[in-house]
Design a protein around this ligand. Structure first.
Ligand SMILES: NC(=O)c1ccc[n+]([C@@H]2O[C@H](COP(=O)([O-])OP(=O)(O)OC[C@H]3O[C@@H](n4cnc5c(N)ncnc54)[C@H](OP(=O)(O)O)[C@@H]3O)[C@@H](O)[C@H]2O)c1
Length: 268
């Protein structure tokens, strides 16, 4: 299938690692020019270098999204490098392993700023350019936790629910502009960060193994079961995102699209 992404210009926030890095790589493989972004310039540069080595086009922009001025700087630099923007992937997010007892109201506020307002900043900065060209794609990376939260990390789950919600509102606001707005909600996807997280859990739960395949089986059995019977892979999410970001997906709008092996037990 030709995704018709050749020549499209994209920014993937938080693509210096994990899922974002995979999305940037896939979009570039499909012919898009991508901005690889993160706070860690060294890691972002490694991702961009790999893309370029494989024949793709990528630029690096480093910066924090939690403040208006640095977000503006990132957007301006991206517009300058690319001469406009077609695809915005709001992927950057933080998560902290804490529960209701540890998470203070301040923690909730800080995480809301990092995970929700960062996306809002990017949307506000890029939408005027997308409107002018009568085409655009805005994709928020949410999570299965948006609709089926765990008892732990309640502040994180709530930020993901907010993204699902604002996506629907924005899709209505941008009616008849050629811009679609969607969220993608992954289940547990194996990234270096997720691997670290569950290796720590393995110690605290006495799963008595350092073997990742064994730990993964424990996670599927005891943390989040899914009928496929394994955790997700970065490439699977990246391929899905690339399709939704492509012109082939013109009629997908205002949706919360799950990629979780079936772990979210709902009929719609
Ligand atoms: N992995 C999963 O199982 C899973 C499941 C469901 C949803 N998700 C969602 O998918 C997305 C990617 O997750 P991941 O696991 O790949 O995460 P990750 O490996 O921890 O990567 C997060 C990225 O976001 C960037 N970032 C974080 N806070 C930032 C800030 N304030 N300003 C700028 N950049 C910031 C990080 O940049 P630096 O490191 O360079 O600072 C990094 O590139 C997130 O939205 C996450 O919530 C992940």
């Amino acid at each position: 299938m030709n995704l018709r992404l050749r020549g499209k210009r994209a920014i993937v926030t938080g693509s210096s690692s994990g899922i974002g890095g995979g999305i940037a790589k896939t979009l570039a493989n499909e012919g898009a020019t991508v901005i690889v972004h993160g706070r860690n310039k060294t890691e972002a540069t490694k991702v961009a270098d790999r893309i370029i080595a494989e024949g793709g086009k990528a630029y690096v922009i480093a910066g924090d999204l939690i403040k208006d001025d640095s977000a503006e700087h990132i957007a301006n630099e991206a517009l300058q490098q690319l001469g406009g923007l077609d695809i915005l992937i709001n992927n950057a997010a933080a998560y902290v392993n804490r529960g209701w007892t540890e998470a203070t109201a301040n923690h909730w506020g800080e995480l809301y700023n990092a995970n929700v307002l960062s996306a809002v900043r990017m949307i506000r900065l890029f939408v005027p350019y997308m409107k002018k060209q009568n085409w655009g794609r805005i994709i928020q990376m949410a999570s299965g936790e948006a609709t089926q939260p765990f008892a732990f990390m309640p502040d994180y789950a709530a930020t993901k629910a907010a993204l699902v919600n604002l996506t629907v509102s924005l899709s209505k606001e941008l009616a008849n502009t050629g811009i679609t707005v969607n969220t993608i909600s992954p289940g547990i996807i194996v990234t270096p960060g997720v691997e670290r997280f569950y290796r720590e859990m393995a110690t605290s739960k006495s799963w008595a193994t350092e073997n990742w395949d064994e730990i993964e089986k424990h996670v599927v059995r005891e943390v989040l079961h899914n009928p496929v019977g394994r955790l997700g892979r970065v490439e699977e999410v990246a391929n899905f995102v690339a399709y939704v970001a492509s012109p082939l997906a013109d009629y997908i709008n205002g949706a919360n699209l799950r990629i979780d092996g079936g772990s979210t037990a709902v009929i719609n």
